[in-house]
Design a protein around this ligand. Structure first.
Ligand code: GDP
Ligand code: GDP
Length: 438
């Protein structure tokens, strides 16, 4: 899932009202990611069983007409760059304005579908007035009242119709079975340099194929007999055109690439260290059940003493806690140090994520660990864990069957997770633990 709808329009036409309506029951999943400015929103909507991202590109702008113009041009560029379809919103209550006109001029050049959406059509009289918007010359026009929801169903139908499931070409199917990596990180951490360094060494590219959106390209690599797919977000290959919003883009792209990947190679700049946004992406990757490898790039620039790498690693792990069992590699894309190691470790993490532990082995080891340290007694009832099984999910998940599942608290869960990690190969993958009544 990575189909994206962008809502554009001058201030006050009702963009946020529509945005909130589209999201309705669902919470904006990334609303707490720093770097997404307050007045820009990003969320996930469902319609007729199809899921898509919605971006409300419209920041509130104060100032003169020419500040408006600039802001609006920027919004349109965001939309053209990021979206699969653009909802261009105008306002029937105020009628056509010169800002609508200039926006329409920019949007008419778009190769992506533009749905002209006339909002605030609350009454039949308004519908008559609204016909003036036909003059903007867009083929698809919708009349809605975002506040009450009238007409939004038809708009959503039209959007949903454009979402096609990934085509099942032979190549796409073959790629689907390969490990998929996404290189993620803030602008200038060295993502493109790593990609180029990997590609430059050998004839490695087997084939390219579009991802679920036009924003991602899946490239099939065969590097020293190791096959994998790198998910390249549009931003890595052709640098973002709108520099002011680099950070905003990088967040959206990161999320798209994450959705399609098995393992995320999170890239940091060694000199800059880790920022709140990196931690957010890290947490999101873990929440989505993706494997993680941390690459500390530009290690060539760091003055190194005996314990520099070890100390750096210790510091990072503190920040990643509680999920600190992740591989951390110190690389230089520029000098090509440890870049193949990065791929090797990525493949290991992929294996760990696929890992199915034999049930007898799982029970032998974990029941012993439970024997050695029982869950604390709650309300006088001893808690007995009898049996453990790994669930058939893509992310390693374990069900512990016991008499009082609700009485087991987080610290004991952490203990079990640590024991699982000590005994089985789970480095780099989030682990899920459930307690169930037998
Ligand atoms: P944005 O700046 O484009 O995000 O616009 P908002 O969503 O903040 O809406 C601007 C104003 O228009 C608010 O006062 C809304 O309550 C109002 N509004 C939004 N949709 C409708 C509608 O369908 N009918 C009417 N009458 N007002 C609306
Ligand atoms: P991206 O925005 O994450 O794709 O970053 P780039 O690959 O464009 O790199 C940003 C800058 O960092 C460029 O000037 C690169 O030459 C530089 N750079 C990338 N990797 C390294 C590295 O390992 N060492 C040093 N010294 N510079 C690097």
């Amino acid at each position: 899932m990575s189909f994206t709808v962008a809502i554009v329009g001058r201030p006050n036409v009702g963009k946020s009202t529509l945005f909130n309506r589209l999201l309705e029951q669902r919470k904006a999943i990334v609303d707490d990611i720093s770097g997404v400015t307050r007045d820009r929103q990003y969320g996930v909507a469902d319609w007729n069983g199809k899921t898509f991202n919605v971006v409300d590109t419209g920041g509130f702008v104060q100032g003169s007409e020419d500040v408006f113009e600039r802001e609006i041009a920027k919004q349109v560029l965001v939309a053209l760059e990021e979206a699969n379809v653009i909802v261009f919103m105008v306002d029937a209550a105020t009628g056509l304005t010169s800002l609508d006109d200039s926006m329409a001029n920019l949007l008419r050049r778009s190769t992506k579908p533009v749905f002209l959406t006339v909002n605030k059509v609350d009454t039949n009289e308004r519908l008559l007035d609204a016909s003036e918007f036909y003059s903007l010359g867009f083929e698809q026009i919708f009349f809605i009242a975002a506040a009450s929801g009238s007409g939004t169903g038809e708009l959503l139908d039209a959007v949903a119709e454009l979402i096609i499931d990934d085509d099942a070409s032979a190549e796409a199917l073959e790629m689907a079975a390969l490990p998929k990596f996404a290189i993620i990180g803030q602008p200038n951490t060295g993502k493109s340099s790593l990609l180029n360094a990997l590609v430059g060494t050998e004839r490695t590219i087997v084939s390219d194929i579009a991802g679920t959106t036009r924003d991602t390209i899946h490239t099939h690599y065969n590097l020293f007999q190791k096959e994998f797919v790198l998910i390249d977000t549009a931003g890595i290959r052709r640098k973002a055109k709108v520099h002011e919003d680099l950070e905003f883009y990088s967040v959206i792209r990161a999320i798209k690439a994450l959705d399609e990947a098995d393992v995320c190679l999170l890239m940091l700049d060694a000199e800059k260290g880790i920022a709140a946004q990196d931690l957010n992406i890290f947490a999101l990757a873990a929440k989505k059940g993706k494997g993680v490898v941390v690459l500390v790039n530009k290690w060539d620039l760091v003055n190194k003493e005996t314990n520099t790498a070890r100390d750096y690693e210790t510091e990072l792990k503190k920040r990643f806690a509680p999920f600190s069992d992740v591989p951390i590699l110190f690389i230089s894309a520029k000098e090509k140090t440890r870049i193949f190691k990065a791929i090797e470790v990525g493949l290991e993490v992929y294996e760990h994520r696929q890992y199915k532990i034999p049930t007898s082995q799982l029970n032998d080891i974990m029941l012993k660990a439970i024997q050695a340290y029982h869950p604390p007694v709650v309300r006088g009832n001893p808690i007995k864990i009898k049996f453990i099984t790994q669930l058939p999910t893509p992310v390693p998940s374990f069900a512990f069957f016991c008499n009082f599942p609700d009485d087991i608290k987080q610290p004991y869960k952490n203990y079990l997770e640590n024991k699982l990690r000590e005994n089985f190969k789970l480095t780099g993958v989030p682990v899920r633990i459930f307690f169930r009544k037998k």
